[in-house]
Design a protein around this ligand. Structure first.
Ligand code: SF4
Length: 104
């Protein structure tokens, strides 16, 4: 995918996501790869998300892990940031997409 393939809105969101991932410690190549994957995800209507785009991520730790919001995950746990997944408490850190709240 090249930037020429993107609409202006997709490109603007891609840039914001790259900035977010970079702020959260991803190297430039990884930040771009994930942002590109999210363009594809959005186009496909896929409802999964990366923890790296979630408001609840603090450093590498999910701030809502543990009861009552994520009772299946231990408090202070570090979620896998490499996979798209569905997570009930997910909140988009950029506030740009509809919250993906329904766990599969
Ligand atoms: S709430 Fe879910 S999506 Fe958000 S950081 Fe925690 S595990 Fe990841």
């Amino acid at each position: 995918m090249t930037q020429c393939d993107l609409t202006p809105a997709e490109n603007a969101l891609r840039e914001r996501r790259i900035q977010l991932f970079r702020q959260r410690g991803a190297d430039p190549d990884l930040a771009e790869q994930r942002a590109d994957r999210l363009v594809q995800r959005d186009r496909e209507g896929d409802t999964r998300a990366y923890c790296g785009e979630c408001w609840h991520l603090r450093g590498a730790v999910c701030s809502v892990a543990g009861p009552p919001r994520r009772p299946h995950a231990a408090r202070g746990s570090e979620p896998d940031q490499t996979v798209l997944h569905r997570c009930a408490p997910f909140v988009d850190a950029l506030g740009m997409t509809v919250a993906r709240r329904k766990a599969a």
